[in-house]
Design a protein around this ligand. Structure first.
Ligand SMILES: Nc1ncnc2c1ncn2[C@@H]1O[C@H](COP(=O)(O)OS(=O)(=O)O)[C@@H](OP(=O)(O)O)[C@H]1O
Ligand SMILES: Nc1ncnc2c1ncn2[C@@H]1O[C@H](COP(=O)(O)OP(=O)(O)O)[C@@H](O)[C@H]1O
Length: 637
């Protein structure tokens, strides 16, 4: 079944060929029956001639008995197929519907809108590249509008169309439409999706759904269908990073060994250098084999069998990736999990996990926070109930290659399966698995194997919640006399004044206690900075803003301290005061002593200072006043 084309009657072969080459847009409709969702889908199917005549006759008949549209045919009946939902007046499952136009093929995931169906919505959204957010023009932006938008965003949908429906019921009033667009802008500010369109329409009357409406001459944008046909999706796919999760090894005889699977991202070509993960064995693609002959190239979404130039060992679950792709191997990661079952997720309980084509076991070791899907606020929670979403820490029984969901939607997600009932109970999206983005305890440590990490029940996130802000580190570095202590002190005063929890670690003070055994040689300075970095991290873990003022002359030592923090939580401030200015100030008379040869390894005189290459903030106290510098820092923080 497809849109009506004259070619169907005259040249079916050509029609099918054209149809095959059209690109496909998968989209989700978010809203409830009350918003006119089913009517909208019915209208799209009806106006794009996607309904058989007997179907139309049937719904015309049904409209008289259970329709809600008076004399008009109730198009919602086309999609509210299930008897029970018809009776209850709600849609209760995810239904996929297909239609096509001259320009594109479409698959609509039609999911229920109420909060108790978040799991269905997440399922529908997981494969969609566009979402239609339906708003009833009479009611404007509702809690449900926010929830739908947030969930779509969480699932990485890049394109949103905000459809302001039922314009006929507000007399096609432009001001009302603009008011709703303004209301929605507040939601938009919290979304990562950047391609957002608005369209005023009436699904019931057909205004701006397929054809432009004569009722709203003030709107000169495209109709909904034109938007769906024109939205740019070609660049959405990740064509850069090759990921072929091996579904099975095809070995019909001794002469052929093929690796079959669906290419999740990247472009495969014969001759491409690849490696198998997790083993890391390298080879080259020899052939891309399909039922219809060999291919010159394979693209994301294509099911292929490839052969490699070398006899190497790869099995189901392994990934074939580009030879230079840096894919971290991890047994722990952070993920957003949507819970889909009546019995709540139990932290510590072992679940079966399916990630791409690999079957493993693992558990959620901690729930960092629950996300309120209506407001995006973070809350503390011990368990994850049906339809809840949470940022969790997941631990697997074995290390596997791991991708970030946002950049690799096909390989960056997984499902959790209950080991007894074999039911899918949750779905997860992996969050930045790269080392710098992992919580400290999840990183690779070279500490002694016999020392295990003892995880505390109260987490950094929970401490931060009480403090009302994140823990982080502001690291001042610069020559003696450059102004580190002065600025660090002034910054702490300002933060303290604003009610923030702070701690200041200053070189001179720390060297009186924690580091009193250390001198000014290169190794001792390195050890000094190592200790300070660790202490700073502990303070940050307590949810405190820790400010450090140490010369910290060596780049490698500062980078080692930085590596203890998540990337946003370490702010390096280079106090870039020229040596001659510092020497002129000489607040402690140390430069003079150094010049007189009384101090042998004084920084800047007879011991090196390696300036930061890319500090988060750089300030020159010769040029800027103390107040200006503090204002700049506060702005950055
Ligand atoms: N040889 C030598 N070189 C540099 N500085 C010296 C030296 N001897 C003593 N001092 C005093 O010690 C303070 C520097 O200590 P730090 O812990 O910040 O130094 S380091 O980061 O370990 O290099 C430093 O403090 P600031 O002037 O506040 O930077 C000096 O007062
Ligand atoms: N804009 C400025 N910011 C910070 N300090 C300044 C500034 N202008 C002059 N100074 C002076 O420079 C000196 C810096 O000393 P200090 O803060 O102890 O440096 P450090 O801790 O880097 O050794 C202080 O005497 C301070 O009054």
């Amino acid at each position: 079944m497809s849109h009506q084309s004259e070619l169907i009657a005259s040249d079916i072969e050509r029609y099918l060929k054209e149809h095959e080459n059209k690109d496909l847009l998968r989209f989700i409709t978010c809203g409830s029956v009350d918003d006119g969702k089913s009517t909208l889908i019915g209208r799209l199917l009806h106006d794009s001639k996607m309904i058989y005549e007997d179907q139309l006759a049937a719904i015309t008949q049904a409209s008289r008995t259970s329709g809600t549209t008076g004399d008009e045919v109730d198009l919602a009946l086309l999609v509210d197929g299930l008897q029970s939902e018809r009776e209850q007046g709600i849609t209760i499952d995810v239904a996929y519907r297909f239609f096509s136009t001259e320009r594109r093929k479409f698959i609509i995931a039609d999911t229920p809108g109420h909060e108790q169906y978040t799991r269905n919505m997440a399922t529908g959204a997981s494969t969609a590249s566009l979402a239609i957010i339906l708003i009833d023009a009479r009611h404007g932006v509702q809690t449900q509008t926010r929830r739908h938008s947030f969930i779509c965003d969480l699932l990485g949908i890049e394109h949103l169309v905000v459809a302001v429906n039922k314009m006929d019921l507000v007399a096609y009033d432009e001001d009302r439409y603009l008011q709703i667009v303004d209301e929605y802008r507040l939601v938009m500010d919290r979304l990562e999706a950047r391609d957002i369109h608005f369209v005023p329409l009436s699904a019931l009357k057909g205004d701006n759904v397929v054809e432009p409406s004569s009722e709203m001459p003030w709107y000169d944008g495209p109709s909904l269908l034109t938007l769906l046909e024109e939205v740019e999706i070609r660049h959405d796919q990740n064509l850069r990073d090759v990921r072929l999760p091996v579904q099975f090894v095809n070995r019909p005889n001794l002469d052929f060994r093929g690796y079959a699977g669906t290419l999740s991202s990247g472009v495969l070509t014969p001759g491409l250098a690849v490696k198998v993960l997790p083993s890391g064995t390298t080879s080259q693609v020899k052939r891309i084999v399909t039922m219809d002959g060999d291919l010159d190239a394979a693209f994301p979404g294509q099911a292929v069998t490839i052969t490699l130039c070398d006899e190497i060992d790869a099995s189901r679950g392994d990934w074939i990736v580009g030879v230079d792709d840096q894919v971290p191997l991890r047994s722990e990661f952070v993920a957003d999990i949507v819970w889909m079952h009546e019995s709540p997720l139990e932290p510590g309980k072992l679940y079966d996990i399916k990630l791409a084509t690999r079957d493993l076991a693992g558990k959620v070791v901690a729930i960092d926070y629950l996300v309120d899907v209506n407001t995006l606020e973070q809350r503390h929670g011990e368990q994850l109930d049906l339809n809840a979403i949470a940022r969790c820490r997941v631990e697997l029984t074995t290390a596997i290659p791991v991708d970030d969901y946002r950049t690799h939607p096909g390989t960056g997600c997984f499902i959790l399966i209950d080991r007894l009932s074999n039911l899918t109970v949750g779905a997860g999206m992996i969050h930045s698995p790269s080392d710098a983005e992992l919580p400290y305890e999840f990183r690779k440590h070279d500490s002694k194997a016999s020392v295990v990490w003892n995880r505390t029940t109260v987490t950094q996130t929970m401490r931060e919640r009480i403090n009302g802000h994140r823990g982080c580190c502001v690291w001042f570095t610069g020559l003696s006399g450059s102004g580190k202590s002065t600025l660090a002190n002034a910054l702490e005063v300002e933060l303290n004044r604003r009610g923030h929890h702070t701690m200041l670690l200053d070189g001179d003070n720390v060297r009186h206690g924690l580091c009193k055994d250390l001198g000014m040689g290169e190794q001792d300075r390195a050890e000094n900075i190592r200790r300070v970095g660790e202490v700073a991290r502990l303070f940050a873990e307590a949810g405190v803003i820790v400010i450090t003022a140490f010369i910290s002359p060596f780049r490698a030592d500062r980078e080692a301290a930085r590596a203890l923090f998540l990337s946003d939580d370490f702010v390096e401030v280079f106090v870039d005061t020229p040596l001659d200015v510092c020497e002129e100030r000489d607040p402690k008379g140390l430069y003079q002593k150094a010049r007189e040869g009384k101090i042998l390894d004084f920084t800047g005189i007879n011991s090196p200072y390696e300036a930061p290459v890319k500090p988060e903030v750089s300030v020159n106290t010769e040029i800027m006043s103390e107040q200006d510098i503090i204002a700049k820092l506060l702005k950055h923080l």
